[in-house]
Design a protein around this ligand. Structure first.
Ligand code: ADP
Ligand code: ASP
Ligand code: MG
Length: 426
């Protein structure tokens, strides 16, 4: 008998028929003698719909009210999944994030988990019940509903798996696992059998929305291995765990695209010590997350600083930068939103040379212009025009031989050594 946490995403619970299928799958695992905790998202599209309604009524909605609103989506699903299980004769109870003891800080719409007591989940499991927990939500010390940032049900599942000392955490979604690129953009992308936390984290933070970045970081920190797999079939998915031994000697494991960034160009600022500090301190003070940064020299002792921020931070970023005009009278600020960030990721880059050459060569051959560049030990990212982004992903994917026949490219070993997970301490 194992204790299993299963998470079902928005598409997997998208309508009544799919909820029935989820219930049937859960029932099967329970019949095999396992304890099952189910974490669910809102039906696909519901969170966006609620957001749109809020914005239609008020362009700057109060964040406490926003959390109360957004949490509704997941509460619909837990009740429906419980009812579907009851219809199959399976004892099941639903719990909101607060009832599951998911305690967060007070930072509405992007709260961080402080600890998880689990509420009465342990008791319910020992009575043989399935427990269905609302993903994406928790409560702060004052009992106020909070949410964990978009895609946050992944984090709910990983954190519950750690806190409940689950043997397995399964992330059920609408693809068969983690692919070498988004299969919606690259039709011949390949499923990766196993991948290490570090590479998964870079893929997630570079735009592969298959797993929420914070969830991967949490899993790495507390040593929670998890499997990303399909809710539509029974194929094995992708194991994400401590570094896996590469079956083939590959430099690049995957390509990611982030369409959710804007580029801000601050031009004609003084080229002297302290200018960049002023700018980025102002951004930090307003909580703006800056990603890529490039500086170039302009005319007559002036400099231009270009950086990217998430789309939702664009307004705050411009507002934070404006007051600098008092000291830098010639300063200009321009925002470009028709951009995308393309990244290649691979721990193999540490030991392979020529990755950058091949990457830029491939883009050049397709006459795709590179606007910004940044690199880390296991990643190269560039900014390209939004309308060239999909083509750029396919071009780079091809250049690194990631697609095509199974075994021809980037696969990593499935027999990889799964390290002993650390004791969970959420
Ligand atoms: P869920 O609602 O189950 O949380 P998401 O829509 O958040 O699902 O994530 C799954 C989607 O992620 C897939 O449909 C796919 O289009 C996208 N995706 C992006 N990059 C990748 C990748 N490298 N591998 C698999 N899926 C990816
Ligand atoms: N429903 C939330 C969202 O759409 C959380 C999730 O699906 O993981 O972001
Ligand atoms: Mg998701």
């Amino acid at each position: 008998m194992a204790r299993i946490v299963q998470k079902y995403g928005g598409t997997s619970v998208g309508d009544v028929e799919r909820i029935r299928k989820v219930a049937a799958r859960v029932a099967r695992w329970r019949e095999e003698g396992h304890e099952v905790v189910v974490v669910v998202s809102a039906r696909g599209g519901v969170t966006n719909e609620l957001l749109a309604r809020a914005k239609a009524l008020n362009p700057q909605p109060n964040e406490r009210e926003m959390d109360l609103l957004l949490a509704v989506g997941e509460q619909e699903t837990i009740a429906l999944v419980a009812m579907a299980l009851h219809a199959l004769g399976v004892p099941a109870v639903s719990r909101t994030g607060a009832q599951a003891g998911i305690l967060t800080d007070p930072d509405h719409t992007r709260a961080r988990i402080l600890r998880i007591s689990g509420g009465d989940i342990g008791d319910a499991l020992s009575r043989g019940e399935v427990v269905i927990v609302a993903g994406f939500q928790g409560a702060n010390l004052d009992g106020q509903t909070t949410t964990l940032g978009r895609g946050g049900s992944d984090l709910s599942a990983i954190a519950l798996a750690a806190a409940l000392e689950a043997d397995v955490c399964q992330i059920y979604t609408d693809v068969d696992g983690v692919y070498t690129a988004d299969p919606r953009i690259v039709p011949d992308a390949k499923k990766i059998d196993a991948i290490g936390y570090e590479e998964m984290l870079e893929l997630a933070s570079s735009g592969s929305r298959v797993m929420q970045t914070r969830a991967v970081r949490f899993a790495q920190k507390y040593g929670v291995p998890f499997e990303v797999r399909s809710s539509f079939n029974d194929e094995p998915g992708t194991m994400v765990q401590e570094e896996v031994v590469s079956m083939e000697d590959v430099a690049v494991s995957g390509v990611a695209l982030d369409r959710n960034q804007v580029k801000i160009v601050v031009s004609d600022i003084p080229d002297r010590p302290g200018t960049a500090a002023r700018l980025f301190e102002a951004l930090a003070a307003d909580g703006v997350l800056v990603d890529m940064i490039v500086q170039n020299l302009g005319r007559e002792g002036r400099a231009n600083l270009t950086f990217t921020v998430p789309q939702e931070d664009a307004y705050r970023a411009e507002k934070a930068v404006r007051p600098l005009q008092d000291d830098f009278p010639d300063m200009r600020v321009d925002t470009y939103d028709r951009i995308a960030k393309l990244s290649v990721v691979g721990v193999g880059m540490r030991s392979h040379s020529g990755v950058a050459g091949r990457f830029f060569g491939a883009l050049a051959a397709e006459r795709i212009n590179v606007q910004m560049i940044s690199t880390s030990e296991i990643k190269i990212s560039v900014v390209v025009a939004a309308e060239e982004a999909d083509e750029a992903v396919r071009t780079v994917h091809r250049a690194f031989g990631l697609g095509g026949e199974p075994g021809a490219g980037a696969g990593t070993a499935s027999e990889a050594a799964a390290g002993e997970p650390e004791p969970p301490q959420a």
